[in-house]
Design a protein around this ligand. Structure first.
Ligand code: 13P
Length: 249
């Protein structure tokens, strides 16, 4: 089954406004070369500016987080509805950094998934094991539990709007990416588990994240179940990010 690749830049809590504008403009200038879907995921603060830059270019816009609440007296929060209204299409849910630093458990993630889907945002649901779990050879059990807890109760229609990002925690920001064999094994496993629930999972994109760069991306994209990448550090350098998009055919 043919799935168009998605290359997404998760800018995390990086860049100042002028740098974000510069980066978005550089990526926009390269759009003629894209053979994949390209998605920029800036800080909330830059969403309006990046939206203005990528408007009508075919480049997609995402956000890194949303509130579990609809609206109201929740100081400091940003709602799914507000994001939708601001032109956001995709939303990252379940990133390991939010699980670790902000205590987001599966109850929270489930609420975020539901509210994002309710307001028409497309979740990028992140899963992935820490190093000790990988070393113990228990990565499949670990990731399966993450999928079971947050996704298994959802409908086939919900699945159709979700992208999965497999991001082994030991590979995030470490320079140590999963090998193509490790990535393929986990992506195929995730797809099978989800497809057992809803066959539509055969069409879902499962993207890889963790120390992707122009030097390792070709072999990762050569894996049949790797449908793109969620890029952190390398997405902050336009040359590297554009090189990663060029590897996606
Ligand atoms: P790095 O590409 O910096 O390893 O980050 C990956 C990531 O966490 C993307 O969400």
């Amino acid at each position: 089954m043919k799935r168009k690749k998605l290359v997404a830049g998760n800018w995390k809590m990086n860049l100042e406004i002028n740098e974000a504008i510069h980066l978005a403009n550089d990526i926009k200038a390269a759009r003629g070369s894209f053979n994949c879907d390209v998605l920029l995921i800036p800080s909330f603060l830059f969403i309006a500016d990046v939206k203005h830059i990528v408007y009508a270019t075919g480049i997609h816009l995402g956000a890194q987080n949303c509130s579990i609440y609809e609206n109201g007296a929740y100081t400091g929060e940003v709602s799914a509805k507000q994001l939708k209204g601001a032109g956001v299409e995709y939303i990252i849910i379940g990133h390991s950094e939010r699980r670790e630093h902000f205590g987001e458990n599966h109850n929270v993630l489930r609420q975020k998934l539901e509210i994002a889907l309710k307001y028409g945002l497309k979740p990028i649901f992140c899963c992935g094991e820490p190093l000790d779990v990988r070393e113990a050879g228990k990565q499949k059990e670990y990731v399966l539990k993450q999928l079971q807890e947050s996704l298994f109760g959802l409908t086939a229609k919900d699945f159709a709007n979700i992208t999965i990002a497999y991001e082994p925690i030991w590979a995030i920001g470490t320079g140590l990416n999963a090998t193509p064999e490790q990535a393929q094994e986990m992506h195929a496993f995730i797809r099978k588990e989800l497809a057992d629930k809803h066959p539509i999972a055969l069409q879902m994109r499962i993207i890889y994240g963790g120390s992707c760069n122009p030097a390792n991306i070709n072999e990762l994209f050569g894996c049949p179940d790797v449908d793109g990448s969620l890029v952190g550090g390398s997405s902050l350098r336009s040359k590297d990010f554009i090189a990663i998009t060029a590897a996606a055919k």
